[in-house]
Design a binder for this molecule. Structure first.
Ligand SMILES: NC(=O)c1ccc[n+]([C@@H]2O[C@H](COP(=O)([O-])OP(=O)(O)OC[C@H]3O[C@@H](n4cnc5c(N)ncnc54)[C@H](OP(=O)(O)O)[C@@H]3O)[C@@H](O)[C@H]2O)c1
Length: 217
């Protein structure tokens, strides 16, 4: 099993089912885990469920909140080696005419959070001997539907951002990697996702950087 004894991993959006399963797997592998969510009570529940997790409340769609989060994390635990971005959400249906601005603005929060978080922890990831950042995208990026146009556009933008991070990592050296996981649905795949996240530290950055990995049952 991959040993993450000297690794600190921040989970951005950690209180969903997938976040909790990923947090447990990282802890079991020996990592220090920082769990971030926007709701204090859900963060406290996660800390109670998984002793050892360092909980932090922040609105990851607010740039100032993210900068303050980074300062607190650096003061509490130091630099991070990994970011697992799980802020998501789903809105859709109604064909192209049903792709409302309201739904788009809700979905866009996931991409906004990714941009803020990856910028705030970029220097950590580059400086780490094994920096890793991962998102969970959707198989619809390759097979879009009319009813999911807003959602898929945001996922495609997130994947594009990850390719930009990968290019930046490549320029900075050969120790960091940006990886996109794609799923059709996460339900039942949380364990697979968690194992794949832990494996990020068992694989060379050069092999991983810029990869898009589809997770299936
Ligand atoms: N579920 C699926 O079937 C599926 C399919 C394809 C892709 N994905 C992707 O997989 C990832 C994880 O999915 P999921 O279903 O576990 O995600 P989710 O239900 O959207 O969970 C999002 C997490 O982010 C936190 N969060 C939301 N807004 C936040 C904010 N402003 N600041 C900080 N934290 C925030 C939520 O906790 P709080 O509300 O407590 O803050 C929660 O812990 C997402 O990117 C999703 O798009 C999921």
């Amino acid at each position: 099993m991959t040993d993450l004894a000297n690794r600190t991993v921040l989970i951005a959006g950690a209180t969903s089912t997938s976040g909790r399963v990923v947090a447990r797997a990282l802890l079991d592998a020996g990592a220090r885990v920082i769990a971030v969510g926007s709701d204090q009570s859900r963060i406290e529940a996660l800390e109670a469920e998984l002793p050892g997790v360092v909980g932090e409340r922040a609105d990851l769609t607010d740039g100032d909140d993210v900068l303050e989060l980074a300062m607190r994390v650096h003061a509490r635990v130091g630099d991070v080696d990994g970011v697992v971005h799980l802020v998501g959400g789903w809105r859709g249906g109604g064909g192209i005419a049903g792709q409302t601005e309201e739904d788009y603005r809700v979905l866009e929060r996931s991409f906004t959070a990714l941009r803020y978080v990856s910028r705030a922890f970029w220097n950590d990831l580059v400086a780490s001997p094994a920096g890793r950042i991962a998102i969970v995208s959707s198989t619809t990026v390759d097979r879009p539907t009319a009813g999911g146009a807003n959602y898929t556009a945001i996922k495609a933008a997130s994947e594009s951002w990850m390719r930009s991070l990968a290019q930046g990592f490549g320029k900075a050296g050969d120790t960091a990697a940006a990886v996109t996981f794609r799923v059709q649905s996460l339900a039942g795949l949380e364990g697979r996702l968690a194992a794949s996240v832990v494996d990020l530290w068992g694989t060379d950055a050069a092999e991983l950087n810029g990869a898009v990995v589809e997770l299936t049952a």
